[in-house]
Design a protein around this ligand. Sequence first.
Ligand SMILES: Cc1cc2nc3c(=O)[nH]c(=O)nc-3n(C[C@H](O)[C@H](O)[C@H](O)COP(=O)(O)O)c2cc1C
Length: 363
Amino acid sequence: MDWLFRSGKIGNLELKNRFVRSATGECLAAADGQVTDALVSLYTDLAKGGVGLIITGVTFVHESGRSGYKMPGLHRDEMIPGWQRLVSQVHAYGAKIAPQLFHCGRQMQSDSAQAFPPMAPSPIAYKRSGITPREMTEEQIWEMIGAFAEAARRAGEAGFDGVQLHGAHGYLISQFLSPYSNRRTDRWGGNFENRQRFVREVYQRIRGVVGQDYPVFIKMNVDDFVEGGLTLEETRETAKRLSDLGMDAIEISGGMLELTIWKCMVPGIKSTEQEAYFLPYAEAIKSEIHCPLILVGGMRTPARMEEILRQNKADFISLCRPFIREPDLVNKIQQGQQESVTCISCNKCMRLLDKGLACYVDA
Ligand SMILES: Cc1cc2nc3c(=O)[nH]c(=O)nc-3n(C[C@H](O)[C@H](O)[C@H](O)COP(=O)(O)O)c2cc1C
C-alpha cells in the first residue's frame, strides 16, 4: 500500500497520506450551531484513526443557509472558540481538517423553513418540502458571497487548515451552476459564464480575505443526473476554469439531494466492479485541471484505491460511509489488517441521520 501512504499536498498543505474523509453531515451540533462535545469526540476519533485530511460535514455560513437543525455553523464569531477546541484535538493526532462551507439555498428542510424562508437563484419549488424559495435579489446574492468569505475568515481564525466549498448535490453554489435550478435572465444566470459567476465571486472574495496561501477547494458535481441539469460536457469545463482560477483541489461527486442523491451515495457496493463509480468522470477531468483531484464514491478495497493512485487517475482517495463504521480504518489498512472496509453501503446512516451520525447496520 505504498501509494496510499505517500505524503501529498493540497496547495501548501502537507498531508501525511492520501486518505480524505469526505464531508459527512453529523446532526450533532447544538441548536444554535455551536460545536458540542459529541462533535469534538467524533473528529478526535477520526484523527486518531490515521486519516490525512478530514472535511467536516456541511457547515452553514449564514443563518438562512442552514438546512436543518443540529447542523454546525461558522456564521458568527461566537462559533470560533468551539471550533478551535475541535481543531486543536484533531491536530494533536496529526490530521488536518477543513470545514465544508455550505448554504442550502432551496434545499431546506421544512422545519428550518419556518424560521427562514428559503432563497435560491430561481423560485422553483423544492420537491421534498413543496416550498417555493424566493428568488434572490442582487443584494442577497452579494450578502451570501460575503457570508462565505466571512466564514472562511473564521475558519482560519479557528485554526482550520483550509476550507472546502460545497458546490455539489444541488445546494446553493450548485444551484447557481446548474441550468436545472438557475433560470435567471440577469448576469447571474442563463449562459454558462453567468451561471459560473456566483462560485467565482465566492472564491475571489474568500481569497481576498484569507490570502493566496490558504487552501481553498471545492466539491462539485460532474453530473446532476436530472433532466435539464449539468452533465460532464459542461462540468469538465467548469473544473478546468476553477483550477485556472486557483482552486487548490477539486473533489468530484454527482446527484442532487432533491431527486438523485442515491447517485452520490450508491447503495449496496459488493464487488470491485461497483467500486469508484465516479472514476470515469475523474479520467475525463484530471487532464483538464492542474490542481489535485480528490475522488469520492464507493471505494471499498485498499487494493483498488492503491491502483487508482498508482495509475494517476486521482491524487487523493476520499471516503465517507466506511469512516462512519470504522473511524480507525486508515490505521487498520496501514497495519495490513483489512482487504476491504466492513461498511456494506446500506445507507441506514443517511436514512437515520437525524438521530445523529452513526453506523446503524446492527441497530
Ligand atoms: C450520512 C451521510 C452524510 C453525508 N453528508 C455530506 C455532507 O455533509 N456533504 C457532502 O458533500 N456530502 C455528504 N455526503 C456524501 C459523502 O461525502 C460521499 O460523497 C458519498 O457518501 C460517497 O462516498 P462513500 O461511498 O465513500 O460513502 C454524505 C453521505 C452520507 C452517507
